[in-house]
Design a protein around this ligand. Structure first.
Ligand SMILES: [Zn+2]
Length: 291
């Protein structure tokens, strides 16, 4: 079964990506509410009823919107969260008065493999981000390997090893260092973001993708194909698409397969090329705008 990724929203106002396996889908992060998600899914060929599970990278406010809890209970959507962030989930669920039933839907992970869908294995990798950290994932079906990592200040070697061989890479590229330093943000915030426990800069994101590509080549040979690199969590205040593209333009392996995600519009489905459209799906809807 082929896996495909569609980033519905990415940035500090809310993150959510859809991963599709046949008629079923899971969300990676649910930082925009169910209504916005439903609207954003228009044209994907799927709707809220296709969502079987939600995996959270971490529980910051831009990665989980508590309005999801009631929808999850209604539709029996399973939730997968990092074990070390259970307290936070309990607090959020208690505020919504759904603590007990939510706990029944919730599974905890650390670094062990779990299955958010029957034919899809998810391998988590711990990433440095603030106090509690964040998690990246490799989602793997028989045909496709997808690497997904957002909200981390530095890339550990395990991430490169795990993401090697992916056909689709979704990696955060948060800020341009010059714009960050010149911004009117408080010094403390700048330090947090740039200090190794915050976010990746454009250059750091490029270097990471290059390391993954090099490792892929060493492990699987030159014929292995990377189909898509999608950049996540671009700061609207301290980054800009032109600067970001200029950084990635320097590598001709990556430039032609690059997609920028957005805060307020979704990407198209990213997967292996030449597949058939789903019923109700508008192919290449944002191809022009997004480039
Ligand atoms: Zn975030």
């Amino acid at each position: 079964m082929n896996l495909e990724l569609c980033v519905l929203a990415s940035g500090s106002s809310g993150n959510a990506s859809l991963l599709r396996a046949g008629p079923d889908a899971i969300l990676i992060d649910a930082g925009i509410g169910p209504k916005t998600t439903d609207r954003r899914m228009t044209g994907t060929g799927l709707d809220l009823s296709s969502i079987r599970g939600i995996i959270l990278t971490h529980l910051d406010g831009d990665h989980i919107n508590p309005a999801w809890f009631r929808v999850m209970l209604r539709q029996n959507i399973r939730l997968f969260i990092p074990r070390n962030q259970l307290k936070l989930l309990r607090r959020l669920a208690r505020l919504e008065d759904v603590l007990k039933p939510m706990m029944q839907l919730t599974s905890l992970f650390d670094q062990e493999v779990f299955y958010p869908l029957p034919m899809v294995a998810c391998t988590p990798v711990r990433l440095p981000h603030d106090k509690k950290g964040s998690f990246g994932f490799v989602l793997q079906s028989q045909q496709t390997r997808v690497g997904y990592a957002t909200d981390f200040g530095r890339a550990p070697p395990e991430l490169v090893e795990l993401f090697a061989g992916a056909g689709i890479l979704a990696i955060e590229s948060n800020y341009d260092p010059e714009m960050q330093l010149q911004s009117r943000r408080p010094e403390r915030l700048k330090k947090r973001i740039m200090g190794g426990l915050g976010h990746l800069s454009n250059t750091q994101a490029l270097e990471l993708v290059q390391r993954i590509l090099d490792r892929t080549q060493a492990k699987y040979g030159p014929e292995h194909q990377l189909h898509h690199v999608v950049l996540l969590h671009r700061s609207r205040q301290c980054n800009c698409p032109i600067k970001l593209r200029a950084v990635f333009q320097t590598d001709e392996r990556i430039a032609p397969i690059l997609t920028l995600s957005h805060q307020f519009q979704r990407t198209e489905w990213l997967g292996a090329p030449d597949r058939e459209a789903l019923p109700g799906e508008q192919l290449n809807l944002f191809a022009v705008v997004a480039q």
